[in-house]
Design a protein around this ligand. Structure first.
Ligand SMILES: Cc1cc2nc3c(=O)[nH]c(=O)nc-3n(C[C@H](O)[C@H](O)[C@H](O)COP(=O)(O)OP(=O)(O)OC[C@H]3O[C@@H](n4cnc5c(N)ncnc54)[C@H](O)[C@@H]3O)c2cc1C
Length: 395
């Protein structure tokens, strides 16, 4: 007999675990399915930390999502005693020539505007202020910064685990190590076929991260083509000799806009103690992959190149000793915008692809909005700017 649910959540990464928790919280009879056992290292939600910030430079419509996510995270922390968020401050660095970009042009100015519009505490720092406050940042005299005290990092694995545990404790059914092969619209909802069985539901939320195109390529070719999966590498460099300068409290999360030959770089304080290194990465869009083909190991040559291009210039006190690295994937869109909404022709299927390298911080609120859309048809935060029709029109 086919098991029936009110909602099925396909994929239990950042977005799926948040949606599952929010649905279970609403008393929804929900099944979550994942091909692995999240949190895992095969998708987009691993690596120990993700930047979070309140004023969002990728577009004004994102700031309500980040502010609501802070509220949800703090509620979950209070409820469970788990630590999901480290508000260690955040520094965005740009240059006065206005040549920098991060995800989109005008990222820095948009961030400042969002902070002003939403009354988010911040300081504008000149180069000499940055050097005084955070001496290990080797900023040039033409650079300046936006500092947000409430910015910081989220622990992604803890976020996923905690929301999945909460969902289960609230009655959600979770099937791990089970792969969805296909889904079909029916008159009463949707049928989901996996490598272990078949399920029926009124609503399906597809939060498959970098596997999304594979699921859509036959039924929604144009939409599938909107997503490009690109390989990313995160590195941890040794800071043992300068740990005090890199530890949380003395060192913020940072996004340092690229210009000219230098690509954007971002990083985190040394959250794993003096021996854990500090994490730095530079978004890269050259290596188009699929989850099946991606090389999941970074070479010594890649670490050397990252050190020479980024670390040596920006943090001259850091030793050329890469302690470890991790490979992850962005599901990128041409304009870095999220894609969230009802799948054309499938009134009972919601697609959620909020990545392009900046989705994690919004995942608690996106999960809540998905749960609201699945149960009531509307969400407290307007997601129409991320509608699928817009994405398809742009292909
Ligand atoms: C290196 C890197 C750095 C980043 N830094 C930041 C940052 O600092 N701040 C920020 O806000 N965002 C950041 N992001 C983006 C953020 O991490 C992503 O937006 C977010 O993790 C995407 O979550 P997701 O749920 O869409 O995908 P995932 O977490 O990958 O989840 C997808 C899930 O679906 C499952 N699945 C897929 N197909 C199937 C199937 N057929 N059947 C069953 N299960 C399936 C997978 O196993 C997986 O668990 C970064 C991303 C990367 C890669």
């Amino acid at each position: 007999m086919t098991a029936t649910f009110q909602t099925i959540v396909l994929g239990l990464g950042a977005m799926g675990s948040a949606a599952l928790y929010q649905l279970a919280k609403r008393g929804n009879r929900v099944l979550g399915i994942d091909r692995y056992n999240p949190p895992h290292t095969f998708g987009s939600s691993h690596g120990g930390s993700r930047i979070t910030r309140q004023a969002i430079g990728e577009g004004l419509e994102y700031t309500p999502l980040s502010l609501r996510s802070y509220e949800i995270v703090r509620e979950i922390e209070k409820q469970t005693g788990e630590k999901l968020l480290l508000p260690c401050g955040g520094l965005m660095i740009s240059n006065k020539e206005g040549l920098g970009t991060h995800h989109i042009q005008n990222f820095f100015d948009n961030t400042v505007n969002a902070a002003r519009q939403y009354n988010i505490a911040h300081d504008i720092l000149e180069a000499q202020d940055i050097k005084k406050r955070f001496p290990v940042f080797n900023v040039g005299s033409h650079e300046y910064g936006y500092y947000e005290p409430e910015a910081g990092l989220l622990y992604p694995e803890t976020c996923l685990r905690t929301q999945l545990d909460l969902a289960k404790s609230l009655g959600a059914t979770v099937h791990t190590n089970e792969t969805v092969l296909a889904f079909h619209a029916t008159t009463s909802g949707v049928t989901v076929k996996t490598d272990r069985g078949q399920y029926q539901a009124e609503q399906l939320i597809v939060a498959a991260g970098p596997w999304l195109s594979e699921l859509l390529k036959d039924s929604h070719k144009a939409l599938a083509a909107h997503f490009t999966v690109v390989r990313q590498v995160m590195y941890w460099f040794d800071i043992k000799d300068h740990y005090e300068s890199f530890k949380p409290g003395n060192f913020p999360i940072f996004i340092w806009e690229g210009q000219g030959d230098f690509a954007t770089r971002y990083g985190m304080p040394a959250v794993d103690g003096p021996d854990g290194g500090f994490k730095i990465a530079s978004p890269s869009f050259n290596e188009v992959v699929t989850p099946a083909t991606v090389n999941r190991t970074a070479s010594g040559a890649e670490a050397e190149a990252l050190f020479q291009e980024q670390v040596a210039r920006c943090f001259p006190s850091v030793k050329n000793k890469c302690l470890r690295s991790a490979v992850c994937m962005y599901t990128d869109t041409h304009d870095s915008r999220f894609v969230i909404g009802r799948l054309p022709g499938y009134s009972s299927v919601l697609i959620a692809s909020p990545c392009s390298g900046h989705g994690f911080k919004h995942s608690p609120a996106i999960g809540e909005c998905l749960a609201e859309l699945a149960t009531t048809g509307t969400s407290r935060i307007d997601l129409s700017g991320f509608a699928i029709e817009k994405a398809i029109a742009a292909v």
